[in-house]
Design a protein around this ligand. Structure first.
Ligand code: UDP
Ligand code: MG
Length: 313
C-alpha cells in the first residue's frame, strides 16, 4: 500500500529538512511505503534546492516547482493531481500537522466505512485572540448560509482514499476553497481532534487581511445567500418607501405642505444610496468570480519537477 504525501511549501527552506526527518521516523518505525510530493509554490528562498537535494538522494521523493506563487490551494491541487498512492494525505511543512497522528489515521481509514480521516484542533491555543474570534464567527456564518458543512477547527491535514481524491480532482474550478471542496464531495469523514501545535520554524504567510479575504472567498464560493440578501434588502426598502409615500400624500392632503423635513430626506437618500452600492458590491464579487472562471486559465504552471534533474537546458 502506497501512501502519497502532498506538501505545499512557500519559503520554507528551514522547515523542509526538519519535516522530512520527522516523517522518515514514522515511515521507518511503521514500515510504510511513502511517496513524498513537495510542491514549491514560487518560493524565493532555497526551498527548491532543499527539494532537489532530497529528490536526488531518495527516489521516493518527488517535487513540483511552480513558475511563480500560485497560492496554497493551487499547490494542493497540483500535488494531488500528481499522486499515485492508494492513500493520500496533505500536510503543512511547518509540523503544525503532527506526523504522529498519521499511524492512527492509517488504521482508521482501513475500516470499509471510512473514506477520509480529517483532523481538527480541539483548542486554538497560541493563536491571537482576535483571529480566533473571527474564525469562530466565520464558521458560524458560513454554516448558516451554505449547504456545504464546514467543521470549525478542521485543518487541511487529512488522509483520503484514491476514490475521494479522484472526486476532488474532478472539481477543476479556478477559485478553489479546499475546506469547502473536501466537504462538498461528500464521503464519510472521521475527525481526530488534537491540541493546537505552533509552527516549529519560519513564519506564517497569512496576515489578518489575507485571512479575511480568504473567508470572503469561502462564502462567495459556497453560498449565494449574500445575493439573496441584496435582493431582499431591495425589496424591503421598496415596500417601506411605498408605505411612506402613502403616509406623506395623506399628510399633505390633511395638513397642507410646509417645506420641512429635508434633513431626513438627505439621510434617507444617503441610506438608500449606500444599500445600492453594497448590493452592487456583492453582485460585483460574484461577477468577478465568474470572470476568472470563464477565462479557464490553468490553476498552476510547473517550471520544474524531479524528472528534469538531468535534462540539459
Ligand atoms: N503555503 C503555500 N503557498 C502560499 C502560502 C502558504 O504553499 O502561498 C504553504 C506553507 O508553506 C505551509 C502551508 O501552506 O506549508 C500552511 O501555511 P502557513 O503555515 O503559513 O499557514 P498557517 O498554518 O499559519 O495557517
Ligand atoms: Mg502553519
Amino acid at each position: 500500500m502506497l501512501i502519497s504525501i502532498v506538501i505545499p511549501c512557500f519559503n520554507e527552506e528551514e522547515m523542509i529538512p526538519i519535516f522530512f526527518q520527522e516523517m522518515e521516523k514514522i515511515r521507518v518505525k511503521h514500515h510504510y511505503n511513502f511517496e513524498y510530493i513537495f510542491v514549491n509554490d514560487g518560493s524565493t528562498d532555497a526551498s527548491l534546492e532543499k527539494m532537489r537535494d532530497l529528490a536526488n538522494h531518495y527516489d521516493f521523493v518527488r517535487f513540483l516547482s511552480f513558475s511563480r506563487n500560485f497560492g496554497k490551494e493551487a499547490a494542493l491541487y497540483a500535488g494531488l493531481k500528481h499522486t499515485t498512492g492508494d492513500l493520500i494525505t496533505v500536510m503543512d511543512v511547518d509540523l503544525q500537522d503532527p506526523p504522529e497522528l498519521l499511524p492512527d489515521m492509517v488504521t482508521i481509514i482501513q475500516s470499509p466505512e471510512i473514506d477520509c480521516v480529517g483532523t481538527r484542533r480541539s483548542t486554538r491555543k497560541g493563536e491571537p485572540v482576535i483571529r480566533s474570534f473571527f474564525s469562530k464567527k466565520f464558521y458560524s456564518i458560513i454554516n448558516r448560509i451554505s449547504d456545504t458543512e464546514m467543521v470549525d477547527g478542521a485543518r487541511d491535514f487529512r488522509l483520503m482514499t484514491r476514490q475521494m481524491v479522484d472526486a476532488i480532482l474532478e472539481l477543476s474550478e479556478y477559485n478553489r476553497f479546499s475546506k469547502g471542496i473536501f466537504s462538498w464531495v461528500g464521503f464519510n469523514t472521521h475527525y481526530l481532534a488534537y491540541e493546537n501545535v505552533e509552527r516549529v520554524a519560519g513564519e506564517t504567510s497569512w496576515s489578518f487581511w489575507k485571512l479575511l479575504g480568504y473567508s470572503i472567498d469561502g462564502i462567495v464560493n459556497f453560498s449565494d445567500t449574500p445575493l439573496n440578501l441584496a435582493a431582499f434588502t431591495g425589496l424591503f426598502s421598496c415596500l417601506l418607501s411605498a408605505i411612506a409615500l402613502i403616509f406623506i400624500i395623506i399628510r399633505a392632503l390633511i395638513f397642507g405642505d410646509p417645506t420641512s423635513g429635508w434633513p431626513s430626506l438627505v439621510v434617507i437618500i444617503l441610506f438608500v444610496g449606500g444599500l445600492q452600492l453594497l448590493s452592487l458590491g456583492i453582485i460585483g464579487k460574484y461577477i468577478g468570480k465568474i470572470f476568472l472562471e470563464t477565462k479557464k486559465r490553468p490553476i498552476f504552471i510547473i517550471r520544474e519537477t524531479e524528472k528534469d534533474k538531468n535534462k540539459p537546458k
